[in-house]
Each structure stands twice: as structure tokens, then as C-alpha cells.
Write a protein that binds this ligand. Structure first.
Ligand SMILES: [Ca+2]
Ligand SMILES: [Ca+2]
Length: 221
């Protein structure tokens, strides 16, 4: 036979369990009691090719994404996957900078003598390249200036057996406003994203998009 104290204890336990369950349901399902949002603990970085033939397949794989904790200077590096994405775990209280390094990308080349012709016309003043992103792409040797040396570098790359290394991609935040659109390499700020995790509610990751410009592809095609 149960003593009254055992029965009482069992009743309290049942009430407690029901109470906790009710509380969970109320906080999760009842719109009048929304779940308290917490800071994100992830950041998703996307590398996209604005000149991709198929906009639905515009992810740039194997791009080297660098995430820096600006409080501790701890650095984390990931390569983007086949969809052009890299997902980092972050400290929800941390501050960060994220960027994508200049480098070769193992995608089919989009350079030909047509690109050489466009650079030639630009250099001799027949038809200027007036899109900042394409001026950046034309700076094949990455010295912040589009010149005859880039034309020679592009010709060398087209003729080379393994041209990827000679045609690095450059990545810029998608919303960048170029300081000087006709000289887009110079004077820019905001070449990376800086953010506080606390400004982005979880559980979704904070998302940052970079556009990649294929070295030498001044035709965009
Ligand atoms: Ca091209
Ligand atoms: Ca150059």
C-alpha cells in the first residue's frame, strides 16, 4: 500500500511534467509567445559568377574564403563547395571580417582571342571597357592597371598547357560601390564584409555574397 507522501510526490511529478510540456508548446507554437531569438552561430559565404551562362548554376567552387575573428585575430579558411558556398561555425558574441582570396578557380576557361581583341581596342582607344568588373577581369597580372602586359599575360595563358594559375579570379562584395569606376582596382573600401554575430538572429546563418570575376574574361562570356 502506498503512503500518502509517495502518492503526493507522484502527483507533483506528473503536474511538473505536464507544466513543462505546456510551457514548451506555448513558447514554440503559440505566436503570442514567440521564441526568444538568439544570435546566429553560423555564417554562410557564397561565391557567385555574375557572368555565369546559367544564373541558376552561378556558384564558384574551390574559392578560398577567409574568416577572421576581429577580437582574437583567429583565422579560419574554407574552400567553397560545388554550389559556391562555405559554412563556418562562429561565436554568437564575436565580431568578424570575411573575404575571398584572389586565386585560380577550376572552372572551364572563358578567355579567347575575342577577349584579347577587346583589351586591344581598349588600350588603343577605339572602344573603352567601361564596366568596372570587366576592367578588373582584364588586369590579368593583378597589378591594378590594365596595360599591354595584361594582353601578353592573357596570350601566354591561352597558349599555356595549364592556364588556370595564370588567370586568377578576383572576388568583391556583391554590393560594392567602386570608388573610381574607371580605375576600379584602386581606392576602394569595403573589399570584405565586417559584422557582429549579435546583429544576426539565429538559427539562420548570417549570409554574405561575393561576386567573382574570371581573370582575362573581359567579354563577360
Ligand atoms: Ca571571354
Ligand atoms: Ca595589369
Amino acid at each position: 500500500m502506498h503512503t500518502p507522501s509517495v502518492i503526493l510526490r507522484a502527483a507533483v511529478m506528473v503536474a511538473l511534467i505536464i507544466g513543462i510540456a505546456d510551457l514548451l508548446i506555448a513558447t514554440q507554437l503559440d505566436p503570442a509567445h514567440p521564441v526568444q531569438l538568439v544570435s546566429t552561430d553560423q555564417v554562410l559565404v557564397k561565391a557567385v559568377d555574375p557572368y555565369a551562362a546559367d544564373p541558376a548554376q552561378n556558384g564558384v567552387p574551390q574559392a578560398s574564403v577567409v574568416l577572421i575573428n576581429t577580437n582574437t585575430q583567429a583565422t579560419d579558411t574554407l574552400l567553397t563547395d560545388a554550389a559556391g558556398e562555405a559554412l563556418f561555425a562562429i561565436d554568437p558574441t564575436g565580431s568578424y571580417e570575411v573575404k575571398i582570396l584572389t586565386g585560380p578557380i577550376p572552372l572551364p576557361l572563358k578567355v579567347s582571342v575575342y577577349d584579347m581583341l577587346i583589351i586591344q581596342k581598349h588600350l588603343i582607344g577605339i572602344k573603352s571597357i567601361d564596366v568596372p568588373q570587366l576592367l578588373i577581369a582584364g588586369d590579368v597580372n593583378n597589378n591594378c592597371n590594365l596595360s599591354v602586359s595584361d594582353l601578353l599575360a592573357l596570350r601566354g595563358a591561352i597558349l599555356a598547357a595549364s592556364p588556370l594559375e595564370a588567370l586568377p579570379w578576383r572576388f568583391y562584395p556583391e554590393d560594392i560601390q567602386f570608388f573610381n569606376p574607371s580605375y576600379p582596382c584602386a581606392g576602394n573600401t569595403g573589399l570584405s564584409y565586417t559584422f557582429n554575430a549579435a546583429d544576426y538572429p539565429g538559427p539562420d546563418p548570417a549570409v554574405f555574397v561575393f561576386e567573382g570575376y574570371a581573370g582575362g574574361n573581359v567579354s563577360g562570356m
